[in-house]
Design a protein around this ligand. Sequence first.
Ligand code: SF4
Length: 258
Amino acid sequence: MPQSRLVVGGMRYIASVSFGKDSLAMLLLLIEKGYPLDVVVFFDTGMEFNSIYKVRDKIVPILESKNIKFVQLSPDKPFTYSMIEQKIKYKNKPGYHYGYGWCGGACRWATSYKLRAIKAYKKSLNCQVVDYVGIAADEKDRISKAIQNGKKLPLVELGMNEKDCLQYCYDKGYFWDEDGVELYSILDRVSCWCCRNKNLRELKNMYLYLPGYWKQLRELQSQIDMPFKGEGKSVFELEEKFEKHRDQLCLEDRESLK
Ligand code: SF4
């Protein structure tokens, strides 16, 4: 039976989904458990891993069959334009610089774009909204703020922690495969491939197992002055370190993946 109940001027139930393990588990559970759900919103930065798009493409027909609207939002300007070319006025001094540089850490400029776009979309509906967010039950530091902001957290209600979410997705047949490499076996989070928040273990795994993405990181670094992970840790410098300790890194990886 169709679950969608689009009511003009009434309440709408919206799930924000990135198609990573937690939000995907939330979406599958919302459907499985018959929660009211009208719209699924995905913000495409343009820098997602291919496997995210593959998961999206598997989900969209399911949403269609259940009469749940799928909305894909994107930044006004391409991600790499904002990152490298956009003319930006300095905050506290005269003059301009070009591009915001890497996104992540204290400067999550693309996250602001995402939040703004989703907020504008919800406002355009001109009705009350129930906002489902895929925060897992063991993400203690994010839960209270989300509740204060009025979000509904189905994974918390259902007691699903991050590990449960990943297993649930696998059990349902969803994987994040990149040429034979399962992303969640080498990364903690599957966010933008160019995200500065990746830790050194994740980056060394990208270097070792995802050479295509690493090549793209090199291309970005060659156009951005700021070193990717801070002083002495540009993509090129990291690569030198990873290469120097390649055998050791492979061994460490095998240990950490056990
Ligand atoms: S995942 Fe990282 S790069 Fe992508 S929008 Fe968020 S902070 Fe920025």
